[in-house]
Design a protein around this ligand. Structure first.
Ligand SMILES: Nc1ncnc2c1ncn2[C@@H]1O[C@H](COP(=O)(O)OP(=O)(O)OP(=O)(O)O)[C@@H](O)[C@H]1O
Ligand SMILES: [Mg+2]
Length: 238
Protein backbone atom coordinates (compact mmCIF):
# COMPACT_ATOMS: atom_id res chain seq x y z
CA UNK A 1 0.00 0.00 0.00
CA UNK A 2 1.32 3.44 -0.94
CA UNK A 3 1.56 5.85 1.95
CA UNK A 4 -0.03 9.18 1.19
CA UNK A 5 1.13 10.77 4.46
CA UNK A 6 4.18 9.98 6.56
CA UNK A 7 5.11 11.72 9.77
CA UNK A 8 8.54 10.84 11.14
CA UNK A 9 9.91 11.80 14.56
CA UNK A 10 7.86 14.95 14.55
CA UNK A 11 8.13 17.46 17.32
CA UNK A 12 6.18 20.72 17.32
CA UNK A 13 4.30 23.17 19.49
CA UNK A 14 3.70 26.82 20.08
CA UNK A 15 6.88 28.87 20.11
CA UNK A 16 9.06 27.58 22.94
CA UNK A 17 6.25 25.39 24.25
CA UNK A 18 6.67 21.88 22.84
CA UNK A 19 3.45 19.87 22.62
CA UNK A 20 4.21 16.97 20.30
CA UNK A 21 7.26 14.80 20.88
CA UNK A 22 8.65 12.22 18.50
CA UNK A 23 5.44 11.44 16.63
CA UNK A 24 5.55 8.66 14.03
CA UNK A 25 2.50 7.81 11.98
CA UNK A 26 1.32 7.20 8.46
CA UNK A 27 -1.84 7.07 6.38
CA UNK A 28 -2.07 4.64 3.49
CA UNK A 29 -3.86 5.52 0.30
CA UNK A 30 -7.61 4.99 0.73
CA UNK A 31 -7.20 4.32 4.42
CA UNK A 32 -9.15 5.74 7.36
CA UNK A 33 -6.81 6.34 10.27
CA UNK A 34 -7.80 7.76 13.63
CA UNK A 35 -5.80 9.54 16.28
CA UNK A 36 -7.63 9.40 19.58
CA UNK A 37 -6.91 11.09 22.86
CA UNK A 38 -8.24 13.19 25.71
CA UNK A 39 -8.55 16.98 26.01
CA UNK A 40 -5.19 18.63 25.60
CA UNK A 41 -3.42 15.51 24.31
CA UNK A 42 -2.23 17.43 21.25
CA UNK A 43 -4.68 16.20 18.59
CA UNK A 44 -5.42 19.62 17.12
CA UNK A 45 -1.76 20.57 17.35
CA UNK A 46 -0.93 17.50 15.27
CA UNK A 47 -3.36 18.39 12.48
CA UNK A 48 -2.40 22.06 12.56
CA UNK A 49 1.25 21.07 12.18
CA UNK A 50 0.61 18.72 9.27
CA UNK A 51 -1.55 21.36 7.56
CA UNK A 52 1.26 23.92 7.79
CA UNK A 53 -0.23 26.22 10.43
CA UNK A 54 2.53 25.50 12.95
CA UNK A 55 6.23 25.17 12.27
CA UNK A 56 7.99 21.97 13.23
CA UNK A 57 10.86 21.74 15.69
CA UNK A 58 12.18 18.39 14.56
CA UNK A 59 11.28 15.53 12.26
CA UNK A 60 9.73 15.29 8.85
CA UNK A 61 6.32 15.31 7.20
CA UNK A 62 5.90 13.78 3.76
CA UNK A 63 2.83 13.98 1.58
CA UNK A 64 2.90 11.79 -1.52
CA UNK A 65 6.61 11.20 -0.87
CA UNK A 66 7.47 14.90 -0.88
CA UNK A 67 8.46 16.89 2.15
CA UNK A 68 5.79 19.36 3.18
CA UNK A 69 7.57 20.43 6.35
CA UNK A 70 8.01 23.95 5.02
CA UNK A 71 4.85 24.26 2.96
CA UNK A 72 2.67 27.06 4.33
CA UNK A 73 -0.95 26.33 5.17
CA UNK A 74 -2.36 28.26 2.21
CA UNK A 75 -0.46 26.05 -0.25
CA UNK A 76 -1.69 22.74 1.21
CA UNK A 77 -5.18 22.54 -0.37
CA UNK A 78 -3.75 22.82 -3.89
CA UNK A 79 -1.65 19.74 -3.13
CA UNK A 80 -4.75 17.84 -2.02
CA UNK A 81 -4.15 18.15 1.71
CA UNK A 82 -7.25 19.62 3.32
CA UNK A 83 -7.99 20.23 7.00
CA UNK A 84 -11.45 20.60 8.47
CA UNK A 85 -10.65 22.47 11.68
CA UNK A 86 -12.34 21.96 15.04
CA UNK A 87 -15.89 23.28 14.83
CA UNK A 88 -15.81 23.48 11.05
CA UNK A 89 -15.04 27.22 10.97
CA UNK A 90 -17.60 28.25 8.42
CA UNK A 91 -18.10 31.94 7.80
CA UNK A 92 -21.45 32.47 9.57
CA UNK A 93 -22.38 35.69 7.76
CA UNK A 94 -21.79 34.21 4.34
CA UNK A 95 -24.21 31.92 2.56
CA UNK A 96 -23.77 28.18 2.27
CA UNK A 97 -22.92 28.68 -1.40
CA UNK A 98 -20.27 31.30 -0.66
CA UNK A 99 -18.73 29.03 1.96
CA UNK A 100 -18.63 26.18 -0.52
CA UNK A 101 -17.07 28.37 -3.20
CA UNK A 102 -14.33 29.38 -0.77
CA UNK A 103 -13.39 25.71 -0.49
CA UNK A 104 -12.33 25.80 -4.15
CA UNK A 105 -10.48 29.12 -4.13
CA UNK A 106 -7.09 27.61 -4.92
CA UNK A 107 -5.84 27.39 -8.47
CA UNK A 108 -6.35 23.69 -9.17
CA UNK A 109 -9.99 23.64 -8.08
CA UNK A 110 -11.20 27.10 -9.11
CA UNK A 111 -11.42 26.50 -12.83
CA UNK A 112 -13.59 23.52 -12.04
CA UNK A 113 -15.98 25.36 -9.72
CA UNK A 114 -19.24 24.65 -11.50
CA UNK A 115 -18.67 20.94 -11.86
CA UNK A 116 -17.40 20.67 -8.27
CA UNK A 117 -20.53 22.41 -7.00
CA UNK A 118 -22.75 20.00 -8.89
CA UNK A 119 -20.80 17.06 -7.51
CA UNK A 120 -20.98 18.37 -3.95
CA UNK A 121 -24.71 19.13 -4.20
CA UNK A 122 -25.19 15.56 -5.35
CA UNK A 123 -23.37 14.31 -2.26
CA UNK A 124 -25.15 16.82 0.00
CA UNK A 125 -28.62 17.43 -1.51
CA UNK A 126 -29.57 19.37 1.61
CA UNK A 127 -27.30 22.23 0.59
CA UNK A 128 -28.57 22.42 -2.97
CA UNK A 129 -31.92 23.53 -1.56
CA UNK A 130 -30.43 25.82 1.03
CA UNK A 131 -27.46 27.30 -0.77
CA UNK A 132 -28.61 30.87 -0.17
CA UNK A 133 -29.11 30.45 3.54
CA UNK A 134 -26.57 32.02 5.89
CA UNK A 135 -24.16 29.39 7.20
CA UNK A 136 -24.66 30.76 10.71
CA UNK A 137 -28.28 29.60 10.57
CA UNK A 138 -27.40 25.96 10.07
CA UNK A 139 -27.73 23.54 12.98
CA UNK A 140 -24.57 22.17 14.59
CA UNK A 141 -24.76 18.96 12.61
CA UNK A 142 -25.54 20.73 9.33
CA UNK A 143 -22.61 23.07 9.94
CA UNK A 144 -20.25 20.12 10.33
CA UNK A 145 -21.71 18.57 7.15
CA UNK A 146 -21.22 21.87 5.36
CA UNK A 147 -17.60 21.99 6.52
CA UNK A 148 -17.09 18.55 4.98
CA UNK A 149 -18.83 19.71 1.80
CA UNK A 150 -16.59 22.78 1.62
CA UNK A 151 -13.52 20.59 2.05
CA UNK A 152 -14.71 18.36 -0.81
CA UNK A 153 -14.81 21.44 -3.05
CA UNK A 154 -11.02 21.52 -2.75
CA UNK A 155 -10.51 18.13 -4.41
CA UNK A 156 -8.82 16.58 -1.39
CA UNK A 157 -6.62 13.52 -1.58
CA UNK A 158 -6.20 13.47 2.18
CA UNK A 159 -8.94 14.89 4.34
CA UNK A 160 -8.01 15.66 7.93
CA UNK A 161 -10.92 16.09 10.33
CA UNK A 162 -10.57 17.61 13.78
CA UNK A 163 -13.28 16.18 16.05
CA UNK A 164 -16.21 16.24 13.64
CA UNK A 165 -18.40 14.61 16.29
CA UNK A 166 -17.87 17.36 18.87
CA UNK A 167 -21.16 18.53 20.36
CA UNK A 168 -23.33 16.44 18.06
CA UNK A 169 -26.11 14.05 19.01
CA UNK A 170 -25.25 10.36 18.50
CA UNK A 171 -27.52 10.07 15.47
CA UNK A 172 -25.75 12.98 13.78
CA UNK A 173 -22.35 11.50 14.63
CA UNK A 174 -23.49 8.31 12.91
CA UNK A 175 -24.47 10.30 9.82
CA UNK A 176 -21.17 12.17 9.60
CA UNK A 177 -19.15 8.99 10.04
CA UNK A 178 -21.27 7.18 7.44
CA UNK A 179 -20.58 10.07 5.08
CA UNK A 180 -16.83 9.82 5.68
CA UNK A 181 -16.98 6.13 4.80
CA UNK A 182 -18.88 6.94 1.62
CA UNK A 183 -16.33 9.59 0.59
CA UNK A 184 -13.49 7.10 0.93
CA UNK A 185 -15.36 4.58 -1.19
CA UNK A 186 -16.66 6.83 -3.94
CA UNK A 187 -14.27 9.80 -4.03
CA UNK A 188 -11.00 8.00 -3.33
CA UNK A 189 -9.98 10.21 -0.43
CA UNK A 190 -7.85 9.06 2.47
CA UNK A 191 -8.79 10.14 5.97
CA UNK A 192 -6.91 11.22 9.06
CA UNK A 193 -9.49 11.61 11.79
CA UNK A 194 -8.80 13.08 15.20
CA UNK A 195 -11.35 12.30 17.93
CA UNK A 196 -12.11 12.27 21.62
CA UNK A 197 -14.99 10.01 20.77
CA UNK A 198 -12.73 6.97 20.95
CA UNK A 199 -15.25 4.18 20.43
CA UNK A 200 -16.83 5.70 17.35
CA UNK A 201 -13.52 6.73 15.81
CA UNK A 202 -12.03 3.26 16.22
CA UNK A 203 -15.20 1.71 14.85
CA UNK A 204 -14.85 3.79 11.71
CA UNK A 205 -11.10 3.54 11.14
CA UNK A 206 -8.90 0.68 10.03
CA UNK A 207 -5.96 1.72 12.17
CA UNK A 208 -5.57 4.00 15.12
CA UNK A 209 -3.05 5.83 17.27
CA UNK A 210 -3.53 6.78 20.90
CA UNK A 211 -2.09 10.19 21.72
CA UNK A 212 -1.30 11.03 25.35
CA UNK A 213 0.44 14.20 26.46
CA UNK A 214 1.89 14.79 23.04
CA UNK A 215 3.19 11.29 22.46
CA UNK A 216 1.89 8.18 20.72
CA UNK A 217 1.27 5.62 23.48
CA UNK A 218 -0.27 2.87 21.41
CA UNK A 219 -1.06 2.11 17.81
CA UNK A 220 -2.42 -0.72 15.75
CA UNK A 221 -5.45 -2.17 14.05
CA UNK A 222 -8.56 -0.38 15.34
CA UNK A 223 -10.31 -3.63 16.14
CA UNK A 224 -7.40 -4.58 18.39
CA UNK A 225 -7.39 -1.18 20.10
CA UNK A 226 -11.15 -1.48 20.66
CA UNK A 227 -10.64 -4.55 22.84
CA UNK A 228 -7.55 -3.22 24.61
CA UNK A 229 -8.33 -3.18 28.34
CA UNK A 230 -6.30 -0.02 29.05
CA UNK A 231 -8.02 1.88 26.26
CA UNK A 232 -11.45 0.67 27.32
CA UNK A 233 -10.80 1.77 30.88
CA UNK A 234 -9.17 5.12 30.06
CA UNK A 235 -11.27 6.26 27.13
CA UNK A 236 -14.45 4.29 26.80
CA UNK A 237 -15.74 4.17 30.37
CA UNK A 238 -15.79 0.38 30.40
N1 LIG B 1 -2.37 28.57 20.62
C1 LIG B 1 -1.77 27.90 21.61
N2 LIG B 1 -0.73 28.45 22.30
C2 LIG B 1 -0.11 27.77 23.29
N3 LIG B 1 -0.48 26.54 23.70
C3 LIG B 1 -1.50 25.95 23.07
C4 LIG B 1 -2.22 26.60 22.00
N4 LIG B 1 -3.19 25.77 21.57
C5 LIG B 1 -3.09 24.67 22.34
N5 LIG B 1 -2.09 24.76 23.23
C6 LIG B 1 -1.67 23.74 24.21
O1 LIG B 1 -1.23 22.60 23.52
C7 LIG B 1 -1.63 21.42 24.21
C8 LIG B 1 -2.39 20.52 23.24
O2 LIG B 1 -3.57 21.19 22.82
P1 LIG B 1 -4.46 20.67 21.63
O3 LIG B 1 -5.44 21.73 21.31
O4 LIG B 1 -3.60 20.17 20.52
O5 LIG B 1 -5.19 19.42 22.31
P2 LIG B 1 -6.40 18.53 21.77
O6 LIG B 1 -5.96 17.11 21.92
O7 LIG B 1 -6.82 18.99 20.44
O8 LIG B 1 -7.53 18.83 22.85
P3 LIG B 1 -9.14 18.94 22.65
O9 LIG B 1 -9.64 17.54 22.60
O10 LIG B 1 -9.57 19.64 23.88
O11 LIG B 1 -9.40 19.71 21.40
C9 LIG B 1 -2.44 21.87 25.41
O12 LIG B 1 -1.58 21.84 26.52
C10 LIG B 1 -2.83 23.30 25.07
O13 LIG B 1 -2.94 24.07 26.21
MG1 LIG C 1 -8.51 19.79 19.69
Amino acid sequence: MEKILRVDNLSSGYGQFTVLRDINLYVGEGEIVSVVGANGAGKSTLLLTIAGHLSINAGQIRFENQSIANVPAHDCPAKGLVLIPEGGRLFPFMTVLENLQLGAYHSTARHDMKRKLEEVFELFPLFADRSHQLAGRLSGGERQMCAVARAMMANPKLLMLDEPSLGLAPIMVGKIFELIKQLVKTKKVSILLVEQNVGNALDLSERGYVLEQGQIRKSGASKELLIDADIQRSYMGL
